[in-house]
Design a protein around this ligand. Structure first.
Ligand code: HEC
Length: 132
């Protein structure tokens, strides 16, 4: 009986591990999933819907909904690579309260120390899938 249980547990474990392996492989093959994984770092400040200390991605996409996708890709690339300051001044002032004072002092630091240009593009492609 004990052996039987152990073999079942081993089976479950092997299955779980293989499904993890599959997921990683899937991530490598799927550029959108890869972009999503890379964007984990952004979640220090951005959530998709909730306000942490930066505008949620849905709010950003809503603001620029009439901007053509190619223009938006360039704009986001610049903001992510080299940082952004002032564009969200009023929004931050009304929605974010930091310990140091009002949220309008918040800015986005350049992310280029953490990502290659290719990786930034993958993140942007994922980001644009959040558009309704
Ligand atoms: C330390 C906090 C922080 C991190 C980390 C961060 N951001 Fe930001 N982000 C901000 C703030 C604050 C703003 C508003 C900047 C402004 O007012 O111009 C912003 C603005 C933006 C914008 C809007 C730019 C525009 O043109 O209006 C985009 C897109 C964006 N962030 C994407 C990202 C992505 C993708 C990542 C991860 C690779 C990221 N951010 C990481 C704080 C952060």
């Amino acid at each position: 009986m004990k052996k039987f249980i152990i073999s079942i547990l081993t089976g479950i474990l092997a299955f779980t591990l293989s499904s993890f392996a599959l997921t990683r492989e899937e991530i490598e093959k799927n550029p959108i999933l890869k972009g999503k994984m890379l964007a984990k770092r952004c979640s220090w400040c951005h959530d998709i819907r909730k306000t942490i200390v930066a505008p949620p991605f849905k709010v950003i996409l809503e603001r620029y909904r009439d901007v053509p996708e190619e223009t938006l890709k360039k704009q986001f690339f610049e903001a992510i690579k080299n940082g952004s300051k002032g564009k969200w001044h009023n929004w931050l002032k009304n929605h974010v309260q930091t310990k140091l004072g009002r949220g309008d002092v918040m800015y986005m630091p350049p992310q280029k120390p953490y990502y290659t240009d290719e990786e930034i593009k993958l993140i942007i492609n994922w980001l644009l899938t959040l558009k309704k």
